[in-house]
Design a protein around this ligand. Structure first.
Ligand SMILES: [Zn+2]
Length: 556
């Protein structure tokens, strides 16, 4: 039987070869003379890859050069080619004219200069917003305060989000308009920082809607150009697929469908989590997980079970280091969380909820397990968005047994080092953002970056070294191999969004989403990882980013 089929096939291909000799072996793109990492089960490494109609046709040796007639041939000159990063938790938005980009600001003085310039541009009375400052980066090694901002912009209300988005600093005018004064009590799940005299310092943690709601809304069409620009910037970080970690149903239509409808082919592929808006609104939205196309689709429901570590407001099982009985806060009661998970399960959505503290992780694990016990659902792929602390052993077991997934941010160990050192100690500090322990428990992980412009390269570095920014190693038994780290940042992300059959590896038939790097991550010394750069990004078989030697990759 087998021989018979083979003869038929041979005849068919011979006759095809005779009539359309060129076209039968024609491809759009051929990359060769490199290290082509397929990230298949065997983690194979080949030399060449052929692409047609946006799909991988074949991976193999140098003989592919002779076999295929390609529109474009690229000599990789020995470089590493691998699947593009699938970054399954990031936040992208358009910039308002009020907005000041603060990532990379090196001092409070520099911050003040940026705000001063924006105040001059906008004129008095206009709100000024911004994102991305981090006191760890400041030469002065301290938090900014309302006094600093008053000096820079006395006549404009100013509110600036810290990197990570879990705290803000505001000036006196903004505090006044938000009615935040000496005697204002802390909001239910937030903290108004105060100086020794009891006056607000300007820094507010976790709950600052009383200020941000005062900022006049921007017209969507004003935001779209920068929104699109930020999405394109991801290509220079090697990100070919992303998960946006939560937008409202309205934003999905007004921003995401608008931008992807215009020119989705020049952007990374996106899956968009929808913020829980109540049962009725989720039904009225009319779409659910998986709806959309190869470029833009609806992801899981997003919800914040607790806060973040920059506060800190993550909900922990034991009190924070040196903070009395303080354990952070839950955003929902156990009962409320149960009702939401039950509704999400019934409505057939995937769910991926924000959990940072071990207390929040335990509660969500228990809640998912309870709901799945009551109304079993196979292949649900429910997940924890963040897993910054190691929960108790029986919680790990529960997570593994219920096949709950983890969207992990290995770079947090590096980026947020100081937050963990300030708030945790002992084993809790060493096992921050655990990796190998989860693998040992058979828990599935996919990787993401979260705090842009930090890209996957920083995550890979932290995953294999477990080093903080200072160089200190945290929990060296949590280290994983580069091969595993690459898997978690590519094919495992495709699994998390239920797309493992169509992308995430470079096996024939899969989407030709891939990157070329200037260093071989698998053989270089770990000290060389952070300076690795993306030379080429290809989505759907098209080159969408190419690094020029004189220009640094654009990053947000
Ligand atoms: Zn996030």
């Amino acid at each position: 039987m087998f021989r018979f089929v083979r003869v038929i096939l041979l005849c068919a291909s011979l006759s095809l070869a005779a009539s359309v000799a060129v076209h039968s072996q024609h491809v759009d793109l051929l990359l060769h003379n490199g290290k082509v990492l397929v990230v298949d089960d065997a983690f194979s490494m080949r030399q060449a890859i052929a692409v047609r109609d946006g799909k991988v046709v074949e991976v193999g040796g140098e003989d592919l050069v002779k076999k295929y007639d390609a529109n474009r041939v690229i000599d990789l000159r020995g470089r590493l080619l691998m699947p593009g990063f699938n970054d399954i938790h990031i936040h992208i938005s358009g910039d308002s004219r009020r907005f000041v980009a603060l990532a990379g600001t090196r001092s409070v003085e520099e911050l003040k200069n940026k705000i001063r310039a924006k105040a001059k541009e906008l004129g008095p009375g206009e709100w000024i917003t911004g994102y991305g400052w981090a006191e760890d980066d400041f030469a002065e090694n301290r938090l900014p305060s309302r006094v600093d901002l008053d000096e820079a912009a006395p006549q404009n209300p100013v509110v600036l989000s810290r990197a990570g988005g879990h705290s803000v600093v505001a000036n006196s005018l903004a505090l006044k308009l938000g009615e935040i004064a000496r005697n204002t009590p802390n909001p239910p799940s937030g903290v108004i920082e105060r100086d020794k005299g009891g006056e607000p310092t300007g820094v507010i943690r976790e709950s600052f809607e009383s200020l941000t709601r005062l900022v006049p809304p921007d017209k969507t069409e004003e935001l779209l150009p920068s929104f699109q620009g930020h999405l394109q910037d991801l290509l220079s970080l090697g990100i070919t697929s992303l998960v946006q970690a939560g937008v409202t149903p309205e934003q999905y239509a007004a921003e995401w469908e608008a931008v992807y409808g215009q020119d989705g082919a020049s952007l990374p592929r996106a899956t968009v989590q929808i913020l829980w808006a109540g049962r009725e609104k989720m039904i009225a939205f009319g779409k659910k997980t998986g709806d959309g196309d190869d470029r833009l689709r609806v992801g899981a429901i997003k919800l914040f079970v607790d806060g973040g570590f920059t506060g800190p407001a993550a909900y922990t099982l034991a009190p924070y280091k040196n903070q009395g009985e303080y354990r952070g806060q839950l955003r929902y009661s156990e009962k409320e969380l149960y009702e939401i998970v039950k509704a999400g399960n019934e409505l057939g959505w995937q769910m991926g909820f924000h959990t940072i503290g071990d207390g929040a992780i335990k509660l969500l694990a228990d809640t998912f397990a309870r709901v799945l016990r009551e109304s079993p659902r196979s292949d649900h792929r429910y997940y924890f968005a963040h897993f910054s602390m190691l929960p108790p052993e029986d919680t790990l077991k529960e997570i593994s047994e219920n096949h709950l997934l983890v969207a992990q941010q290995p770079n947090f160990t590096y980026t947020l080092e100081q937050r963990y050192v300030d708030n945790l100690e002992g084993a809790r500090l060493q096992h921050n953002n655990p990796l190998a322990t989860l693998t040992r428990h058979g828990i599935f992980m996919a990787f993401s970056s979260d705090i842009l412009p930090i890209g996957p390269i920083v995550g890979l570095y932290a995953a294999v070294t477990r080093k903080g920014k200072s160089g200190t190693v945290y929990g060296s038994d949590e280290k994983i191999s580069m091969a595993d780290a690459i898997r978690h940042y590519t094919r495992d992300g495709a699994y998390l969004t239920r797309q493992e059959k169509v992308k995430g590896t470079l096996e024939p038939g899969k989407m030709a989403d891939m990157i070329v790097l200037n260093k071989d991550l698998l053989t270089i010394d770990p000290s060389q990882i952070l300076t690795t750069e993306v030379d080429l990004t290809i989505v759907d078989g098209r080159i969408v980013y190419e690094r020029s030697s004189e220009k640094k990759p654009a990053a947000r």
